[in-house]
Design a protein around this ligand. Structure first.
Ligand code: SER
Length: 603
């Protein structure tokens, strides 16, 4: 089965079962407390938590995801940074039985996977959450033998929440038996030992996770029941495809192998003998391509830092494989061929992807060689197998080695890295070099700008963001609330709650209103308020943030004395709006369910 056929089969199946097909949301989530979209359910959190009523009870999607937690495992058969997740959801509609039936029907009837190849795991009960006896019963009654149903605790069979708080619940996972034979551990036992799902050997691969979301975990770690019982499921698309294509690794499927071939053609080393290196390169390049296609650029903060990390790691592996300097061009082209139809941004942004990587290669390629020599020198004189914080910082500062790269190099040589020491060094250095410089804009979307000129540009865009939010609320209505914000010296990005696409007229009106307020040369006033007062007044605050008791509030006041904008914010801002120039919205797009994203510039 080809990748596009599997995507279609999945959506067709769930559409026939009454599910609304929802488009993938961005890899950069509207909720700024998470760096990346790491699961299909993220855009549905307002529905799953019961805060917003969806207009449908069932949904399905193919979601672009990015995970950094598995970075060390990338290189084995089944782990990735970027991946696609096929998912189906029930919002207070079907529950355990329904989810299990759909999963079995899709796998065994539509995809024709023999039922004997399927094993499952269920939640055995832990803390105050009871054992999932119902799922065991359902699986058994549907023909899965009891010895193929394993029980695990919270660490394996309880999913979520994505951040510190939110919807979560016990889960039941479906595994595919690749070999049909137990490893040396022997067959599984009723008490829990033996070779069974989650065994360290290569026998099983997890393909589908069914989460029964009936709890909400609060900030303090307490579980409470959600108003509705929901289902949240996720299939690792690459894994299911590998199973269907009869491969023992995602990297050997049609999604990956052309990228690997594109690398192999440029060197004398072969995939068969250097699987880990080839896989890391293919995975990271694909991840980087998707991030760049969404506008992320390498930097030292947030998503940009993750991109830098994976690119610099790739540059090191390219060196290990002895690849030429432009090693990424061919494989990047393959990536747009493989994904261009499904994700047009990867095709249209192909040039940005290539130049983005090229810049990082130019920046880091030479420093890498010198840094590696420095690293070797360091090790030669060491008696204790620890690389100090200062040494890690030196590699970071002078050779551009991300902490994780030094950690990886150290691990290969049996050394440890003093991470805490490194962080202290980093902090001290930042405090010295950026004394007084603002670290945050908009109180979120941390962007550490490097020069004074860049700081000034970002400051103007920051004030423009306040004008924009006020204008959106005036033109579209008071339901508009900030859901996220990110400012670079070049542009602002603002995410806000609004159910539908803005019309060209609305965009024009918003632009005109912002420009009118710029021309009126209004004063931007700064004052201190207690947060309690803020809660009672109509000052806007971004409630995903934690605020101290005393907060700074910025107001933009019209000549008549009427307040146009008033927001809790860490600043900094310009003093008068006329310094902003001309405001222009360059893009308006969806950003998850009920959230829109605007990118704008100042000319
Ligand atoms: N949210 C669950 C997961 O990511 C099911 O999709 O595994």
């Amino acid at each position: 089965m080809k990748p596009e056929e599997l995507r279609k089969a999945f959506l067709d199946f769930f559409e026939k079962k009454g599910h609304e097909i929802v488009a993938s949301s961005s890899l950069i989530p509207a909720d700024p407390t998470s760096l990346f979209t790491s699961a299909g359910m993220q855009q549905f959190v307002p529905y799953l938590s019961g805060k917003v009523k969806p207009s449908y009870k069932r949904a399905c999607s193919i979601q672009k995801c990015f995970r950094t937690g598995d970075l060390d495992e990338v290189g084995n058969a089944w782990h990735h940074t970027f991946f696609e997740m096929l998912g189906n959801w029930s919002f207070g509609d079907y529950f355990k039985e329904g989810a299990i039936d759909f999963a079995l029907e899709f796998l065994t009837k539509d995809l024709k996977i023999p039922k004997e190849k399927l094993w499952v795991s269920v939640f055995k009960g832990e803390k105050e959450i009871p054992k999932d006896a119902k799922s065991i019963k359902v699986w058994q009654s549907r023909g899965i033998k009891r010895e193929k149903i394993s029980e695990f605790g919270m660490s394996e069979n309880f999913w979520g929440p994505v951040g510190r708080e939110g919807p979560c619940g016990p889960c039941s996972e479906v595994f595919y038996d690749l070999t049909g034979k137990p490893c040396e551990k022997g067959p599984p036992t009723i008490s829990g030992g033996g070779c069974r799902p989650n065994c360290e050997c290569d026998r099983f691969v997890e393909i589908w996770n069914l989460v029964f979301m009936e709890y909400n975990k609060d900030e303090k770690g307490r579980f409470e029941k959600l108003p509705e019982k929901n289902v949240d499921t996720g299939i690792g698309f690459e894994r299911l495809l590998a199973v269907l294509q009869g491969k023992n690794s995602d990297y050997e499927t049609d999604l990956f192998f052309p990228i690997i071939r594109g690398i192999q053609n440029q060197c004398s080393k072969k995939y068969e003998k250097n699987k880990r290196e080839f896989r890391i390169l293919a995975d990271h390049l694909r991840g980087a391509a998707f991030l760049i296609s969404e506008g992320v650029l390498p930097s030292n903060v947030e998503q940009g830092y993750v991109l830098r990390r994976i690119l610099r790691r790739s540059i090191r592996y390219a060196k290990i494989l002895d690849l030429p300097k432009n090693w990424y061009v061919e494989p990047a082209k393959r990536i747009s061929e493989i994904y261009g139809d499904e994700y047009p941004e990867v095709r249209t942004k192909q040039e940005n992807i290539i130049t983005g990587i090229q810049r990082e290669q130019e920046k880091f390629g030479k420093a890498l060689e010198r840094g590696l020599r420095q690293f070797e020198k360091l090790l030669e004189v060491k008696r204790v197998k620890i690389i100090t914080g200062k040494e890690v910082f030196d590699l970071y500062q002078n050779y551009g080695f991300p902490l994780e790269l030094t950690e990886e190099l150290a691990k290969e040589k049996g050394f440890k890295v003093d991470k805490v020491g490194f962080k202290t060094e980093l902090k001290t250095h930042k405090e010295i070099s950026r004394a007084g410089a603002p670290k945050k804009f908009g109180g979120i979307g941390i962007e550490q700008v490097e020069s004074k000129e860049e700081r000034e540009k970002a400051k103007r865009l920051h004030t423009a963001t306040h004008l924009l939010q006020a204008a959106l609320r005036e033109i579209l209505g008071k339901h508009v609330k900030q859901m996220g914000s990110d400012i670079t010296p070049e542009r602002l990005r603002f995410d806000f709650s609004h159910p539908e696409k803005l019309t060209p007229e609305e965009i024009k009106k918003v632009e005109n209103l912002v420009n009118e307020k710029i021309r009126e040369d209004l004063i931007v006033k700064k004052e201190e308020m207690s947060f309690k007062e803020v809660l009672k007044s109509d000052v806007l605050a971004f409630f995903k943030e934690k605020y101290p008791e005393k907060v700074t509030v910025y107001s933009i006041v019209e000549r008549s004395g009427k307040v146009f904008s008033k927001e809790v914010c860490g600043g900094p801002h310009v003093e008068r709006t006329s310094t902003l120039g001309i405001f222009k919205i360059v893009k308006e797009s969806p950003c998850g369910t009920g959230v829109r994203r605007i990118r704008a510039i100042l000319k």
